[in-house]
Structure formats: C-alpha cells, structure tokens
Write a protein that binds this ligand. Structure first.
Ligand code: OAD
Length: 233
C-alpha cells in the first residue's frame, strides 16, 4: 500500500472496553441492563427524566473514577496523530474523554460528550463533572428543568456530520476500531470511504458483518499500536 496522505479513524465502545467501560451490545453490556428506549431517546427523557439523569450521572461518575484511564490503543492513535504528516481525523461514537486524555487533538464526538450538558432553551453547552438533574439550574436562563446531557439519543441527528462527510470523501485510508456497526450513520462510513477508493480496515474482537478490505481481529490494545506504528514506517 502507498503511504497514506489522509486518514479517518472511527472508534466505538470496543476501544474503551479494556479501560473498563462497558460496551453496549455485549451480553452484559449497557443496553442489556438499561433499556435503550428508556435512557437514550427523547421520548424516554420526556417520560422519566430522573431515570435518564441517573443513568448519565452514574456513567459520568464512573468515567471520572481513578480506575478509568486511556489504554494503549487510545495512546497509539494520539501518538500517530502527532507523528503523521498527512491529514488525520478521529471520529468517535464514544462519549467518554479517553481520546483527549491520551493526547488526541483532532477529535469529533459524533454522539456527544458525557462531560457536557446542554440547556434545552438556549442550546448553550456547558462543562459538567458533577451530577445534575431536573432541579439543577442552567447557567444561562437560570431555570430548573432546562438541562439535558449533551449526548445524541436515538432519533436525533449526530453532531459534526458535514465535517465528517468531507473528510470521508477525501481520505485514502479509513479505519474503524471497536464498533459493531449497528448504528447508522457511523455504520455506513466505510462505504462512503470505499466509493472514494480508500483502503478500509476494521479492528474488532470478532466478525461484524461489514465488508472492509482488511479485518484485524484481536484486542485493540494489542492490534492498534502495531498497525499505526507500521503506517509510519
Ligand atoms: P457496541 O457495543 O455495539 O460494539 C462494540 C464492539 O467492540 C463490538 O463489535 C465488540 O466485538 C468490539 N470490542 C469489544 N472489546 C474490544 C476490544 N478490546 N478490542 C476490539 N474490539 C472490541 O458499541 P458501538 O459500536 O460503539 O450510541 O455502539 C455504537 C453506538 O450504539 C454507541 O455510540 C451508542 C450505542 O447505542 C448512542 O447511544 C447514540
């Protein structure tokens, strides 16, 4: 393969699994214990906001605990971005901040961020590290009941889609790491890249059903550092 000039990487829950964050669709994953329609839809939030606040408050607390840290796969992507002299975009479906903590710079969180909240009234976005709920006051309108997690729920439009599409159409390598390919539009990114004749590579523990040019099976912490090092050689 020729030395790539433009790379887009898509990450999913699998890259953070070895850091101790549950994936969504494994047997004991998040969606097995928390029904999606209750905690990750606008309708669920309208029906029972307290349950939704609680779900994201627990996840935020977990993310901020000492036990959760970036792993070798996060670090390999950050190092590659630093050393690569072409164009590099990291798109993540994850709402954790492990890519940033590993040192990645150019990261787009297409499904939002756990450490941010949004005012439903002004649409302003604020950083948040503590718990918040229906009684919390937003910093803009100062009214209770206005705040929601700054995450994308089912039925909502993911963030940064224009920027992502432009990068996908210009890349010569597209890499997906630790995603089951169940959620549109991220599940279709490799096809957009393929149309542009990009080389497409998937990293996963197991087959996902998506037809990438290259499939690399194994733990992300072992496979990802090796691959990105080889791209620089
Ligand atoms: P999933 O839970 O659907 O898939 C995680 C994938 O990671 C699976 O295919 C696993 O086989 C793989 N995996 C697990 N551990 C791994 C490891 N150590 N190394 C490599 N691969 C590993 O998570 P996502 O595909 O990220 O969206 O889910 C996509 C979206 O669905 C999420 O962003 C979330 C969810 O509903 C919203 O909430 C909007």
């Amino acid at each position: 393969m020729q030395k790539p000039e433009s790379i887009v990487v898509l990450t999913g829950a699998g890259i953070s699994a070895e850091s101790g964050i549950e994936t969504f669709r494994s047997e004991d994953g998040l969606w097995a214990n928390h029904p999606v329609e209750e905690v990750a839809t606008p309708e669920g939030f309208a029906r029972n906001p307290q349950l939704v606040y609680q779900f994201y408050n627990q996840r935020r607390e977990q993310l901020l605990s000492k036990e959760i840290n970036p792993n070798a796969a996060h670090s390999a992507l950050a190092k590659f971005e630093h050393d690569f002299d072409g164009s590099f975009l990291l798109v993540t479906q994850n709402i954790d901040n492990l890519h940033e903590r590993a040192g990645s710079q150019n990261v787009l969180h297409m499904h939002g961020e756990l450490l941010k909240m949004r005012c439903l009234n002004s649409r302003m976005v604020f950083d948040i590290r503590e718990s918040f709920d229906f009684d919390s006051h937003c910093q803009c309108c100062r009214s209770p009941g206005n705040l929601r997690p700054h995450v994308v729920w089912f039925g909502e439009m993911p963030f940064h889609m224009n920027q992502i599409n432009i990068a996908l159409e210009a890349c010569d390598v597209f890499v997906a790491i630790g995603t089951s390919g169940n959620v549109y539009p991220a599940s279709g990114f490799y096809q957009i890249a393929k149309l542009r004749k990009a080389h497409t590579v998937e990293f996963n523990l197991e087959q996902t059903g998506s037809t990438f040019d290259t499939h690399i099976y194994g733990k992300a912490t072992e496979t990802v550092p090796q691959y990105f090092k080889s791209l620089l050689d």
